[in-house]
Write a protein that binds this ligand. Sequence first.
Ligand SMILES: Nc1ncnc2c1ncn2[C@@H]1O[C@H](COP(=O)(O)OP(=O)(O)OP(=O)(O)O)[C@@H](O)[C@H]1O
Ligand SMILES: [Mg+2]
Length: 655
Amino acid sequence: MSESAARQATLVQAGSGQFERGGADVGRSRETSRRRRLEKLALVLLLPALWLAARIVLGNPMVVTDLTFPEVDPLTVTPVLFFVVLIFALVGTSFIAGRSPHVTYRPEQISIGLDDVVGIEPVKEEVQRSLNLFLAHRAFADEMGGSPRRGLLFEGAPGTGKTHLAKAMAREAGVPFLFVSATSFQSMYYGATARKIRSYFKALRKAARREGGAIGFIEEIDAIAMVRGGMSMTAAPMSAMSAMSASSSVTCCGGLEGLPSVYSLSGASRGSAGLVTHSMVSEGVGGVVNELLVQMQSFDEPTGWQKLQSKAIDALNLFLPPHRQLSRPSPPSTNVLLIAATNRADSLDPALLRPGRFDRRLTFELPGRVGRRALVDHFLRSKAHDAELDADEARDHLAAITSGYSPVMIEHLFDEALVNAVRRGAATMSRNDIERARLVEEIGLGQPVQYTDHEQRLIATHEAGHATVAWLMAPTRRLEVLSIIKRRDALGMLAHGDRDEVYTRSRKEMIALIRIAMGGQVAEQLFFDDISTGPGGDLLYATNVAAQMVGACGMDDTLVSYAAVQGSAFNDQNIVGRVLADSIGRDQVERLLQAQRDHVRLLLAANQHLVAALRDALVDRHELIGAEITEVLQAAGAPVVVDDLIDLRSVAASV
Ligand SMILES: Nc1ncnc2c1ncn2[C@@H]1O[C@H](COP(=O)(O)OP(=O)(O)OP(=O)(O)O)[C@@H](O)[C@H]1O
Ligand SMILES: [Mg+2]
């Protein structure tokens, strides 16, 4: 096969899935440079070998034991040595200060492959494509005239797998991986930071020439690449953080704790996210960023030897007529892929993000349900678990309850569940161990508190009220945990999440959320004819939801969006403040909340037997998890239907 045909074949292979790295350009370059190295070594050894052979032929072979060393006087040597050490100390300090701080990993030292990266398929596919082009760089450049990708920017929330994927890439590519943390470039000596950056890129180029390619990885690049003073950032797209879904909520009761507002991340309140108009200036930032910009374009620089050759050729050319001029050697193309990772891509200097530098931005999103399911399968493969967790339904459930989790959070959840299992004296984790670990992660450690009998019944009634309303009114929600164990400021709580991953909510669902929040207070009123301070947090939550409905989503009588109001006394996130500051908006929120409370009162009055059953179970067991809640409700007798929103329990019963 001709060379051109071979390159065509390489390109075709590069375009289709997994790539055979040995046969690609990187493998070929490495083989060529290995041969060249051997030839050089042979050339260097040839002269002494010839000399030794000549001595043997002439009958005067060299005998190692005959070698004698000259006598030296210690008094002469000591001062010389002293000055030599002194010079080394002086030169060495400045040399060390400018040394590249990277650590080189060989592919065989990295234990993670691309198969170990799961749940982030879109990013993985893109990375696979970049990797294939990196491996087939020469064919891509020569046959198609393309410029290979030189820089990839991994951006995303912490723990979404940026470093993990970069390591896997280095292993798959079979080239050295030069890992460096951006903070290690910083130095207390003036100018040393820029020198370290230069040394790092020099090491990258050298490794790439020696091995046919090299991957550089700069961790947390924002430490050295913040936007320079006066640069506009309007070109930067939105960050990954804003894409977080908010499909799970925990209703905590007791004390006066503020509740997590499910709607704070909704489209209306996100406003101008991603548009950074400020610019930060700190001492030396400009210089360091400039050095980085220059170095990112330095991959095709001539080597030191070539520079010497060029100088000699230039000197010779001065004596030669124009038609006999010698040409300078062309710089070798260096196959380098530089990856940088950051959590804050929106604060990077825009010049770094232009094509030719970090021309590909890969956003690591939090995994969706399918991704989380793959991650659950991946982590459970190596962590001891009960057989019940092997069922598809159990795994899907785990994927559902970890909505909003990053991969590292899922891994950590299982580790915590294993700790719970050890504490129980078991060798494998169970579903309940995971649920408990999740509670601790999300809400905090349970604290043993001796409630009085009255208080215990009050809190249990309150939580039972929430759970009953949720079961009757919100079939799309899954009841996860019902507890009267104190955690942080919450004396009790109902954790409920969406049955499916959702990104929007209907009006009925919003109404149901308000009603669930009202359930606690109404139950207290019904059973004790009084209310406590407990529902303070519930009302905060309900007011948030109601204000969103009235002022941002057009779900009540008005279609005016209060989110559109700019330059008011309230900051742009505070939709509640804007709505309540307007007397009409306030009336509408009040009316909405009152109507829902009245409705819940009717509902719970007709279903007191359900509340009582849950209350007794809670007083008895303190905490009910998942199906335990619905089992109590189902055993308590038939619910009484109050209006058309109820009775979708055929779905709820299948929890
Ligand atoms: N997609 C994934 N598949 C399997 N494991 C993953 C994945 N993503 C992350 N992990 C696990 O999470 C750990 C932490 O991930 P990693 O260090 O890559 O996060 P990161 O995005 O670099 O975070 P940071 O921004 O804080 O540096 C990894 O060591 C790995 O065990
Ligand atoms: Mg990282």
